[in-house]
Every structure is written in C-alpha cells, then in structure tokens.
Design a protein around this ligand. Structure first.
Ligand code: AMP
Ligand code: MG
Length: 437
C-alpha cells in the first residue's frame, strides 16, 4: 500500500487521455464485487485458451511438455506372452494335482533369446523373467518351488495352470492410445511412449510468462539497501513457480510506482508473453497503479477474492495476454499463485485439467487464529501420528510477509470461509505441498 508516492502522481495520470493505440477500458464486471475462490478460479479458467503452436521433439526433450497429438501404439506391449518369474515353463495340464512329478529340462528361454523347440508332456524349459513362453507351455513355476534332481525338475502339487505369465498386449494393445493429447509428459509417460517404440512426439509450444515486481522500495539482490528499502524476493519465488511448471519466463525486473512505468511494463509484457504475472500494487493505496492501469488499458475480470492471504488480486487481459496481478506480500503472492494462477497456466499450456489438489483430514495440534468471512490458507507441518492419523501444526508466524512460513511448511491448512479460531485437537483439512508445489 502507500509507499509515500505523492497523491498528485495518480491524479495527474487519471486526467490524461488514452493513448491512441491501446484498448479502451472494458471492465467486464466483478470489479467491485468480492468473489469466492472457486468462483474466481472458474472465471479465470473460462477465459483461458491454450497457446497456439506446436513442435515435434525427441522424447527426452519433451519431459514436462504437454502432448498435442495422442500417441497411438502400433504394437502390442508386451509383444509376446512371457514369464513374470525366473523358473520353469511347462503345460499347466501337466502339473501334478498332488505329490511330486519330475520333468525333463529341454533347454532355456532367455529374455530376448527364446527357446526354439516345443515342450511336450513330461518336459519343461528353464525360463527367465521376460522370456517368451516356448511352444507347448502356458505356465511358469518359480524356481524357488523347483528342486533339481539328476538334472530333472521336480515340482510338487499346488500350482495353478496359467500362473506367472504376462499376456501379450496386457499393458497396451496395438491400435490403442498410449498417451492422450493434453497429457503433461512426466517420467512414466516418457517410458510408456518409448515402450511403444515412438521416439519423437508432437507437443505444444511452451507458453511465455512475463513477470515483474512493482514497488519503489524494491532493490535487486546484491544491491545495497537504503532506508526503508527491501530486496525484491517475489520475482524469485515467481520465477521458481512459473519455471517449475515448465513455462518460459520473461523477467521484466522491477517496475517503479508510477502510472507511466506501469503502463510501459504492461505494454512490453503483453508484446512478449502469453501471460503476465506481477506482484504488488493491487491494493488501493496511493502508490498502487496495477489495477488502475488494468482498468484503463486492459480489461479487468475481477480484483477481489475472499481468501487470506491475498484478498486483492487482479485478473484480466492486457491485449491478448492473460493478466494476474498478485499482492505484494510474499506469502500472499505465493498462495494466490498456487490457488489461482497455476491452474490457469496449466490450461494455457494445453494441459487437460487434472484432479484438484489433494485434501487430507488431519488433527490440528496447535491453536490457529481465524475470523469468519474468508477462506484461509495457513501454512503447516503435516506428519503421520503413531496411530496412522495425520497430525498438523501451524507454523508459528502466519503473517503474509513471513516467507519462512512457506519455506519451512509442507502443507496448507485450508480453513473454510465461516471457520473461526481452531482449537488444538480439532479436525482440519490440509493440502500437502507434494504434488502442488
Ligand atoms: P503492495 O501490495 O505493493 O502494497 O505490497 C505489500 C507489501 O509487500 C509491502 O510491504 C511491500 O513492501 C511488500 N512487497 C511488495 N513487492 C515485494 C517484492 N517484490 N518482494 C518482497 N516484498 C514485496
Ligand atoms: Mg507496492
């Protein structure tokens, strides 16, 4: 909020005419209403279209990218019926119902080097995991259950015909889709695509996200701080959050608290990126120019959400770019990013929406101060208690500026709108950072 900028700076600006080449103000509603988080998230997602453009990449380079064209298999995986164990392959009909039976061992079927002969009644073949079942066999007895006597394999009763074999195509059948379009390619998908023999994939281009911090008090790391100045930390956490999503970051630095500098940054960001994420300047202080600039030169979707931390957050468009104006407080910036911006950037990347972040029930071990009226994301440490139940404790200092609470926590404690102060022993819901952050 007010960082000492004279009020005239703002008033002078509001009397200036619109530059000829910028969009007129188009407030698309909600600007003056406080939205619930779900409502805000839906509104945002309704306004996001995936980026155009795709490219074909070697499989490894596609890690973290979103598949644009489904990968369909032309082969069965596995290609042949094969053994799930090291052991002996034989015909299930030949297994003794009780007592023991000795089998002649004809040879060995290795993975990648099948046994060529056929196995008849009273015979078996040694077989390795992954090796093709020889002709005449349909069953594998694991080697731990076989005794070798005079070169013959002695097998007792109790085995089931057909056991320990993997069916051809049990993972993927020829003609089936191995990985759907819109899937984020993670390690398992890379492996799955390789398992069907495909080495290049069609992925969406990486979305470009411009970030900048606003604030006259901000200095860059390595600079010396003057009175009242602080280091710009948000641009680092923002960089991390955006880069972790696999998106390209366009870092526009620190923008001073003037309407002119703010507008210039908006223009450059919109020209260079598909989405813009800023921090600071979204309140109604005399040095807060982000919402005003968005109202005048962009389009505002909304800028108030009933959540804590992070009540003022601006969403809209600047030209064709999505715009997210996050609060300046470092924890607020991170919480609003994870709750509102991350799903939008995933949609922008072309990813089909995934399940919402996991919510777990836990017993709260500490008192958590809370007033009714806002959905709150407190930071906590989650662990499993001796009886297997989850236990959570709040980080001592829940201030919106205390970034250590984010760095040291491993979950959000999600306290619903009407919840009041939580007493130790009460049940709460938590959102683990694992998978979210
Ligand atoms: P604002 O939303 O601009 O009113 O800022 C709210 C609080 O967050 C103020 O105490 C700012 O100094 C602080 N703040 C704003 N931007 C940053 C930043 N980039 N890094 C660290 N703190 C910030
Ligand atoms: Mg500020």
């Amino acid at each position: 909020m007010g960082t000492g900028k004279p009020p005239e700076a703002r008033m002078k600006h509001t009397t200036q005419p619109l530059p000829a080449d910028v969009d007129p103000c188009d407030v698309v509603g909600h600007g003056h209403r406080t939205l619930q988080l779900d409502e805000a998230r839906e509104l945002i997602l309704a306004n996001v279209a995936p980026v155009d453009g795709h490219e074909t990449l070697p499989l490894r380079d596609a890690l973290g990218r979103v598949l644009c064209t489904a990968v369909r298999s032309t082969v069965d995986v596995p290609a042949h019926i094969n053994s799930a164990m090291d052991g002996y392959a034989l015909a299930g009909a030949d297994l003794p119902a009780e007592g023991e039976r000795a089998f002649e061992v004809l040879g060995t079927s290795w993975a990648g080097r099948p046994f060529e002969g056929a196995v008849a009644a009273g015979q078996c073949a040694r077989i390795m995991t992954g090796a093709t079942l020889p002709a005449g066999t349909d069953t594998v007895v694991m080697q731990e259950h076989v005794r070798i006597e005079d070169g013959r394999a002695v097998i007792a009763g109790g085995h089931r015909p057909g056991q320990n074999r993997r069916e051809a195509g049990e993972d993927i059948r020829a003609g089936e889709v191995a990985v759907e379009a819109g899937t984020l390619l993670r390690p398992a998908q890379l492996g799955l695509i390789a398992s069907v023999g495909v080495g290049r994939v069609d992925v969406r281009r990486r979305a470009r996200v411009a970030i900048f911090s606003t604030g006259d008090e901000l200095r860059g790391v390595g600079e010396t701080l003057g009175p009242g100045q602080i280091y710009d930390s948000n641009r680092y956490s923002l960089y991390g959050m955006v880069a972790r999503l696999g998106l390209e970051v366009v870092d526009l630095g620190v923008v001073r608290d003037t309407p002119e500098a703010t507008l210039a940054a908006f223009e450059e960001a919109a020209a260079r990126a598909d989405a813009i994420v800023t921090s600071g300047g979204v309140s109604v202080g005399e040095a807060d120019f982000v919402v005003e600039t968005l109202e005048r030169f962009g389009r505002v979707g909304f800028w108030k959400v009933a959540m804590k931390p992070g009540k003022p957050i601006a969403f809209g468009h600047v030209r064709d770019a999505l715009f997210f104006g996050l609060p300046g407080n470092p924890v607020s910036a991170m919480v609003t990013f994870y709750q509102l911006v991350q799903p939008a950037l995933q949609a922008l990347s072309g990813a089909v929406p995934r399940d919402p972040p996991l919510l777990l029930d836990a017993t709260c071990q500490t008192k958590l101060k809370k007033k009714a009226g806002r959905l709150e994301f407190q930071r906590g440490i989650l662990e499993r208690g001796p009886d297997g139940r989850y236990l959570v404790r709040g980080m001592g200092h829940q201030g919106a500026g205390v970034l250590r609470s984010m760095a040291e926590a491993n979950c959000f404690i999600v306290l619903p709108l009407e919840q009041e102060t939580v007493q130790p022993g009460a049940d709460v819901q938590v959102q683990p950072f694992a998978g979210l952050i």
